[in-house]
Design a protein around this ligand. Structure first.
Ligand code: C5P
Length: 229
């Protein structure tokens, strides 16, 4: 993308993270010396293609989040706002704070603390082909089956056609705004699925195994190991 294109990032950090069993929301559990969310906010702040950042946090954590951004010197963070009941609601509340002149919006899970600069580069570079959205994705090691409520296998999906998608997911700002306006947005577990529903052209690029989503304590430890590797 040319330099003139404004790129904003929305970091969603408003989940409760119950599976971590911590007393803080997941994004604010300790990750080394800082809260978990500081790692990806810091990476986006340092990335030269990112012009501004909106941080979405649990209600009541806005001030602490702003303080944290000051502490880590993340000067591109324009605002920290409260999220909503689902991830899609949190994304929509964040996107509402992105200025109108932003051409592209990157949406990133705070739960993915390891965000290599080259992953952001790869996602942004793929817009050159005219996509509406670009998502990083990994091939699967496991075979995936569809099962019914009783646990009976209904179907085995062809593994070579399947991908596990990560964040950051990037979209043309106007397309993402339209996708998020859908009344059934809550059922979308990622932004790309909402863009797909309105007929958007979403492409995948190679993901990065280091960009794992922290869900359990073991994931947190693994991410810490990866950071110091
Ligand atoms: O719940 P899940 O692991 O899919 O969350 C992915 C990301 O979305 C996390 O960074 C989490 O903080 C964020 N999220 C949010 N608002 C919600 C639910 C999840 O910002 N209501």
């Amino acid at each position: 993308m040319g330099d003139a294109v404004a790129v904003w990032a929305v970091v969603v950090a408003a989940g409760s993270g119950e599976r971590l069993g911590a007393e803080h929301p997941k994004a604010f559990v300790a990750f080394g010396d800082d809260p978990l969310v500081a790692a990806s906010v810091g990476a986006l702040d340092e990335h030269p293609a990112v012009d501004g950042i909106v941080l979405v946090v649990p209600e009541g954590w806005e001030e602490r989040a702003t303080f944290m951004c000051d502490e880590i010197g993340a000067g591109k963070v324009a605002v920290a706002v409260a999220g909503g009941p689902t991830r899609s609601d949190s994304v929509a509340l964040g996107v509402a704070e992105v200025p109108d002149d932003a051409a592209l919006i990157l949406v990133h899970d705070a739960a993915r603390p390891i965000l290599p600069a080259e992953l952001v580069d790869r996602v942004l570079a793929a817009f050159a082909d005219g996509a509406d959205g670009v998502v990083p994705a990994l091939e699967l090691a496991d075979t995936v089956k569809r099962v019914d409520a009783t646990g009976r296998v209904v179907e085995t999906l062809p593994r070579t056609e399947l991908r596990a998608v990560q964040t950051p997911q990037a979209f043309r700002a106007d397309v993402l705004r339209r996708a998020l306006a859908a009344p059934d947005r809550a059922s979308g577990t990622d932004c790309a699925s909402l863009v797909e529903r309105i007929g958007g052209d979403v492409r995948v690029v190679a993901g990065d195994a280091r960009c794992l989503k922290v869900t359990t304590r073991a994931d947190l430890e693994r991410a810490l190991e990866l950071r110091s590797a």
